[in-house]
Design a protein around this ligand. Sequence first.
Ligand code: PLP
Length: 406
Amino acid sequence: MIKINENFNKLQASYLFSDIAKRVAAYQQANPDRDVIKLGIGDVTRALPDACIKAFHGAVEEMADDNTFRGYGPEQGYDFLREIIAKEDFQARGAHIEADEVFVSDGAKCDSGNFQELFATDIKVAIPDPVYPVYIDTNVMAGRTGLWRDGRYDGIVYLDATRDNNFVPDLPDSPVDLIYLCFPNNPTGATITADQLKKWVDYAREQKALILYDAAYEAFVRDESLPRSVYEVEGAREVAIEFRSFSKTAGFTGTRCACTVVPTDCMAYTEAGEKVSVHSLWNRRHTTKFNSVSYPVQRAAEAVYTPQGKAQVRELVSYYLKNAEYIREKMIALGYECTGGENSPYIWIDGKKDSWEFFDTLLNEAGVVCTPGAGFGKCGRGYVRISAFNSFENVSEAMTRISRVL
Ligand code: PLP
């Protein structure tokens, strides 16, 4: 008899986006003449930069000729992409990362979900609340938690991100081994300073812990005083893994390309206390379970670093940042406390009431879709997330409508 992994039974069905879809469908049925503006899901809406499209086409043509055709590529990614990422994203910012520490993949979602596989089941895991749900659910699947009780899983150390700490969690009270951090944050849009990040790096070094740092939104950081990579902080090479993605940076959500940085200095420990290189473990895992990103996609990603690509990507991100700033300013003018919307595509709004009630008001009275904060964790109750991923015309129309009803 085939038996299931019982840990899957502990998972709370994620009703968030299906609940939203149901409510939107009901609204549309009742109001067939009104259009709905979606500022809910964090998916980009604008086309790939021209430099990426040109490189993509060129690589597809190479695949059409026996002389330039490529089959399986190196599992870790082609050198041309690993090298340019190490140089432009890290070395150019003073962070010491080598090309062979960069593992190209098809998404920060998979990598941030899969990385925990390298570690023992009985480690203590610290996860922020509210949070991108992948970090929690993958640890539940792996059997690192108890049951779900009052909005949380037993066994996880939750790191509250609230107004009191400006949505940057404090160090945990009890020792932990694996720490998830994400900045700029989804869903709160909060950013972290180098000093705040240093406290986490120092803590991880003391505890022999490891930080999984999700920098999927780093391209939105425009304040030069803020770190874009955890490796801008001294000591991070010993204790931090970083997830990066071309999804939000360059519009690759449907094209799929990302990378995970695993410095050779990062160590984990055997039961007997012997050091093991996390880089070797991840390399083993990655080459066993993953067969690389397609050649044309890697060429398209490489084009992000050409002079034209850089300018186009900057313009793309600036476009969404302008939307974000607009949403933030309007919500503040309406008397709502907001975080994010600066150096981030997300605006996290204290709705001053139940987050689903606030969602329903925006949908039913303004025809605007946001995301209820409760879907991201207990600390998200009372908040909603508005995303800047839409056209400026739609964003400004949405804010006009919202201003009329709030
Ligand atoms: N990490 C965070 C924090 C995200 O919000 C998202 C997507 O919404 C991802 C990772 C997924 O990135 P990718 O498209 O590279 O899988």
